[in-house]
Design a protein around this ligand. Structure first.
Ligand code: ADP
Length: 303
C-alpha cells in the first residue's frame, strides 16, 4: 500500500461580491463545505486511482471529525490509523471568495497541529507493509522530519510535497527524501530565486539535488513539469485542457505520480501520470471533488 501522513481539513467556503473590510458584516451569496487538507487530498487522489491507500493523521472528535473520515472512506481510503482527538477541533480552512476570484483564508490547524510522536508510532507499524510514503507541510515540521526518519530505515519511497510554501526546510530533511515536488512558488522559496519557466526550474531542481534529494520535480502549472535526478533531466508538458479551478491540481499530481511508481512504471511515465491527474483536476471545481477516478484517468491517457 501507499501511506499518506499529513493534514485533514474541512474547507468552509463563502462567496461574496467583495471581501469584507475589517469590522464589516457583508451579505454573501453561497456557502460550500468541502473536505480538504493536502494530506487527505493526496490520499483520495491515490485511492480514486485504485491504489490501496492508508491515511495517517488526526481529526477533532467534536468538529467535523466523523464527516472527514467518512469522506475519505467513501473514496476508498483506509482510515483505521486516523486518530480522533477529543481535545481539539479538526483542521478548518475558513475561505471567503469574491466575484473576481480573490480570496481571504484563515486556517486553523487544530488536530493537524497536534500530530506528534504517537502518530509516528502508528505510522511505524504500517511502514513494513508500504511501498511509498507521501508527506506535505500542513502538520508540524518536527513530525514531517520524524516520519521521514522512521521511513528511511525501510526501503520505501519518500515523496515530499513542500506545500504550503515554507520559508526554508531543515537541512536534515533533504537527504531523507527521494522525490520533492514543489510548484513554482514553493521552488522559489526553497532556492531563493524566481522559478517561473523551464530554465529556472531546471536550475532549481539542480539546487535541490545538491541538498540531498534523489529526484526533484518542479511543477510549473500549465507550463509543464521539470524532473531531475543525478542521471537525467527532462521536461513533460502539461496536458492542454480547459482549466476552471486548479485547487488540488498539485495534490492530484502527487497522487498520479505515486500511483504510477506503485504500478512499477518508469520515472518519466510517472511524471506523465502526475501531469495527467493534475490537468484533469484543473478541469473541475473543488478540491477532492475534482480528483479523477481510474476510469476517467485511463480514458484521458488513451486520448
Ligand atoms: P500546485 O497545484 O501545487 O500549485 P501546479 O499549479 O503546478 O501545482 O499544478 C500541478 C499540476 O497540475 C501541473 O503540473 C499540471 O500537470 C496540472 N495543471 C495545473 N494547472 C493546469 C492548467 N491550467 N492546465 C493544464 N494543467 C494544469
Amino acid at each position: 500500500s501507499i501511506i499518506v501522513f499529513g493534514s485533514i481539513n474541512i474547507d468552509l467556503v463563502a462567496t461574496a461580491p467583495r471581501l469584507p473590510a475589517p469590522g464589516e458584516t457583508l451579505l454573501g451569496e453561497d456557502f460550500f463545505k468541502m473536505s480538504g487538507g493536502k494530506g487527505a487530498n493526496q490520499a483520495v487522489a491515490l485511492a480514486r486511482l485504485g491504489i490501496p491507500t492508508q491515511m495517517v493523521g488526526r481529526v477533532g472528535a467534536h468538529n467535523f471529525g466523523a464527516e472527514l473520515i467518512h469522506d475519505l472512506q467513501v473514496s476508498g481510503v483506509q482510515t483505521d490509523n486516523i486518530f480522533v482527538d477529543e481535545t481539539v477541533s479538526s483542521g478548518v480552512a475558513l475561505i471567503t471568495v469574491d466575484y473576481a476570484g480573490e480570496n481571504q483564508i484563515v486556517v486553523i490547524p487544530g488536530a493537524n497541529g497536534c500530530v506528534n510522536q504517537e502518530d509516528i508510532e502508528r505510522l511505524s507499524y504500517l511502514l513494513p507493509t508500504a511501498t511509498a510514503l507521501l508527506l506535505q507541510l500542513e502538520i508540524p515540521i518536527t513530525a514531517v522530519v520524524a516520519a521521514a526518519q522512521a521511513a528511511r530505515s525501510t526501503n520505501i519511497t519518500i515523496i515530499l510535497d513542500p506545500a504550503p510554501a515554507p520559508s526554508n526546510l531543515p537541512d536534515e530533511l533533504y537527504p531523507l527524501v527521494d522525490i520533492i515536488t514543489p510548484n513554482e512558488v514553493e521552488a522559489g522559496q526553497l532556492v531563493g530565486f524566481a522559478v517561473d519557466n523551464e530554465v529556472a526550474a531546471t536550475k532549481a531542481a539542480a539546487v535541490l539535488l545538491q541538498r540531498g534529494v534523489k529526484c526533484a520535480i518542479v511543477k510549473l502549472g500549465a507550463k509543464g513539469v521539470v524532473c531531475a535526478t543525478a542521471e537525467e533531466t527532462f521536461f513533460v508538458p502539461a496536458f492542454p485542457v480547459h482549466a476552471v479551478d486548479t485547487v488540488a491540481a498539485g495534490d492530484a499530481f502527487n497522487g498520479g505520480l505515486a500511483a504510477a511508481l506503485f504500478a512499477g512504471l518508469s520515472l518519466r511515465q510517472a511524471v506523465v501520470w502526475g501531469a495527467a491527474a493534475g490537468s484533469l483536476a484543473a478541469t473541475k471545481l473543488g478540491s477532492q471533488t475534482s480528483l479523477p477516478n481510474r476510469w476517467t484517468f485511463d480514458a484521458f491517457l488513451k486520448e
